[in-house]
Design a protein around this ligand. Sequence first.
Ligand code: FES
Ligand code: FES
Length: 188
Amino acid sequence: MKRAQRPIAFTLNGKRVSLRVHPMTRLLDVLREECGLTGTKEGCGEGECGACTVLVDGQAVNSCLVPVAQVAGAKVVTIEGLKGRHPLQRAFAEHGGAQCGICTPGMIMAAAALGPRPTLGQVRTGLAGNICRCTGYEGIYRAIKKAESRSKKPEARRQETAPTIAPSKARTPNPESRIPKAGTQRAR
Ligand code: FES
Ligand code: FES
């Protein structure tokens, strides 16, 4: 039997989209299969690895755990929304933050959700739900710190490259939200 579909509208990387999908379809599947945005990866598919991290209203979430109905009316940003020009993307390439690259989009999106100039402790905490099997993490932390120090005006740069991210909201997730935040499903 075909599952009932409904139109669900949200903003994706700055553009309004409306899709007819079953409301319980995973946001990850909608992004990859309906929207063709395959930069968001699937690792575990159960909220353990962070490979599927995207931003929803500025908050990092595991898109494998989010039914698309929960993002109706929200602003969703994927790795494609950073357009390859975000300081984090260059820093990951230059400072050993990526090897096989499977975890990298999720790592970058989790880092993008941190406010400007995060401390090393904030970086570690913000990425606690993102698993990397290749880099040993030091290259990733170094890349994030380098990206922030290279950016003279982090707020302005972030706005320019990812207009739908709200840095001030990124560190103050709505406690009422039913969307599971990336990093809250597991303790490392
Ligand atoms: S695919 Fe691993 S947390 Fe979503
Ligand atoms: S670079 Fe391979 S899993 Fe992180």
